[in-house]
Design a protein around this ligand. Structure first.
Ligand SMILES: [Zn+2]
Length: 132
């Protein structure tokens, strides 16, 4: 992947994780360019298959394409930042990210979006006016 593609992905995302929306500037970590359809499943480097992801979300997502909706137990596709609207699948409430759809709930669960540390960080950033 070339530097221009990486920069396109970073700018398109507004320098935020496209899964949990944590701004890179407040994470202290360099964000990853995630292959939405992982390379091992045939995904390529076209911008339509790429998303900016914080290391936590990217490592939890790994090569997964789907997960179980914790409400129904059914296997559903993960949230796709290119095809789906974040607001249709998630909501932010008191530092927590809640899934509003089967894919949203499965993604929150697989990406472990509501660890105590992450919830506390979001609450601090929200209080500073950085999030939402
Ligand atoms: Zn994230």
């Amino acid at each position: 992947m070339d530097a221009a593609t990486r920069q396109l992905v970073r700018q398109r995302a507004g320098f935020r994780c496209e899964y949990c929306r944590l701004p890179e500037a407040f994470s202290g970590l360099r964000y990853h360019v995630d292959h939405i359809l992982p390379r091992q499943h045939g995904g390529g480097d076209a911008p339509a298959n790429l998303a900016l992801a914080c290391p936590h979300c990217n490592l939890c997502k790994g090569p997964n394409l789907a997960a179980n909706d914790p409400d129904t137990g059914k296997t559903v596709p993960l949230f796709n930042p290119r095809d789906h609207s974040w607001d249709d699948h998630f909501e932010f409430r008191d530092g927590r990210i809640l899934g509003k759809s089967p894919s949203g709930r499965a993604t929150v669960w697989l990406l472990q979006m509501n660890t105590d540390e992450l919830v506390q960080l979001r609450q601090r950033l929200f209080a500073l006016g950085v999030l939402w």
